[in-house]
Every structure is written in C-alpha cells, then in structure tokens.
Write a protein that binds this ligand. Structure first.
Ligand SMILES: Nc1ncnc2c1ncn2[C@@H]1O[C@H](COP(=O)(O)OP(=O)(O)OP(=O)(O)O)[C@@H](O)[C@H]1O
Ligand SMILES: [Mg+2]
Length: 226
C-alpha cells in the first residue's frame, strides 16, 4: 500500500524585500509516497531550494499545509521542527557541508548525537552507513583528505545514518564532474531500490530522467509533472 511521506497543499512562500514581494513558491500542491524517486527541475530562481527547505523543515511556509510522514508541521515551534528534521529528514547539499576538522566517521555520527544514542552504537551505525556508500576504508580521513565524490558519499552516509523517511538532496552533483556526478546518482538510485524515498534537485536532464518521477517548477509553480 502506498503511503504519503510528503504532502503539500497550496503551499506559498513569499519573501518581502523592501516594498517588493518575491513569490518564491506560489501555491504548490504535491504528494510523494514512500519509496518514490523524484527529481525537482526548473530554471534558476524557480523555487526548487525553497521547496526543499520547506519539506526539510529548515523553513516555514507563508501559507498552506505541509505534512511530513502524515504529520502536519503547521504551527510547530523551532524545537518541534528540529525534531522532525532530525527524525524524518536526511539532507545532502551541493557543497557537502561537512565539518572540516572532523573525520568521515565523526561527521556521519553527528546526527546521532542529537538522537541520544550511546557512543558505541553511534560508531557502529556510522560505520554501517559508510559501508553502504562504499567508504568504510576512509572513515579516519578528514574532508580535505577526500575527493569531491568521496566527500559527497560521506554526506550521503550522514544523511542515511538515522534511517530517515526522506532523503532530500539539493543539487548533490552540482559541484562534481559529470562522471563523479553520475556515480553519486547511481548511489541514490541504489538507496531508492533499497526502499528509501529520495527527492533531489538537478539541472541535468539526464540525471532527472533516471528518476521515476519529475516535477518541473517555474516562477514558484509546478508547470509540468510526470
Ligand atoms: N531569503 C530570501 N529572501 C528573499 N528572496 C529569496 C530568499 N531566498 C530565495 N529568494 C528568492 O526566491 C526565489 C526562489 O529561490 P530558490 O533559491 O528557491 O531558487 P532555485 O530554484 O533553488 O534556484 P537555483 O537553481 O539558482 O538554486 C528567487 O527569486 C530568490 O531570489
Ligand atoms: Mg537552489
């Protein structure tokens, strides 16, 4: 049975800058079920990151309804949003966002610190996640001792270590060359085949076509969906 993990109903996100109002997201409705592999595409400024940040509870909507795993985030305070973020969402960013002074292993352990898991268990879980992304042998390396593709693998391990309901990736291949980007995409594909729900933003039509679903945004609205 399909189950909704991401539900947006007439979601708007307006930014007021001076006396100008930017309609970054202008009435988006969307449902994504568990196990789907979705790409978000659209020109620069069309609202892709805005939508990802709302789904990931990094930001709140101006109006509309957002449900994550069936739970409405409307009216939640920062603590409640942080809880959803930690429990339900794994983020992967274009620039990896790894802690530079920490090893791959401790970077992957980071989300578990907030989840209150024992140090021993944290290490086991982080090692398992690094194994999934094929980087267990680099666990003692710091980000500067890793290639771009390896850094992104560490970031993906960090995103999956809590076993979140949703993996959100905002242009995860944007800082990588085509070949490395393709390998990262294959990793997302295998994570999806293992049952994980993946939503990612890309400008690359070829990568977008690897998904079973595509959502195209323009001027804050969904203009095409298949
Ligand atoms: N904090 C902000 N304050 C004001 N306007 C913003 C803010 N963040 C985004 N915007 C505006 O909202 C619109 C959508 O931005 P968003 O970052 O979602 O685009 P995007 O589709 O991710 O673009 P890109 O492909 O370049 O990453 C843009 O017009 C942008 O200028
Ligand atoms: Mg963006």
């Amino acid at each position: 049975m399909s189950k909704s993990v991401i539900y947006l109903e007439n979601v708007k996100r307006y930014y007021v800058v001076g006396d100008f109002c930017v309609k970054a997201l202008d009435g988006v409705s969307l449902n994504i079920n568990r196990g789907e592999f979705t790409s978000i595409m659209g020109p620069s400024g069309s609202g892709k990151s805005t939508m990802m940040n709302l789904i990931g509870c990094l930001d709140t909507a101006t109006s509309g309804l957002i449900k994550i795993d069936g739970e409405s985030t409307k009216g939640m305070n920062e603590t409640e949003l942080a809880y959803i973020r930690n429990k339900k969402v794994g983020f992967v960013f274009q620039q990896f966002n790894l802690l530079g002074r920490k090893t791959a292993l401790s970077n992957v352990e980071t989300p578990l610190l907030y989840a209150g898991i024992s140090p021993k268990r944290r290490k086991e879980m982080a090692m398992d996640a690094l194994e999934i992304v094929g980087l267990k042998d680099r666990m003692k390396h710091k980000p500067t001792e890793l290639s771009g593709g390896q850094k992104q693998r560490v970031a993906i391990a960090r995103a999956i270590v809590t076993d979140p309901s949703i993996i959100l990736a905002d242009e995860p291949t944007g800082a990588l060359d085509t070949k490395t980007g393709g390998q990262i995409m294959e990793l997302f594909e295998s994570l999806n085949l293992q049952g994980r729900t993946v939503v990612f933003v890309t400008h690359d039509v070829k990568l977008g076509n690897m998904c079973n679903r595509q959502i195209h945004l323009r001027d804050g609205k969904i203009v095409e969906e298949y």
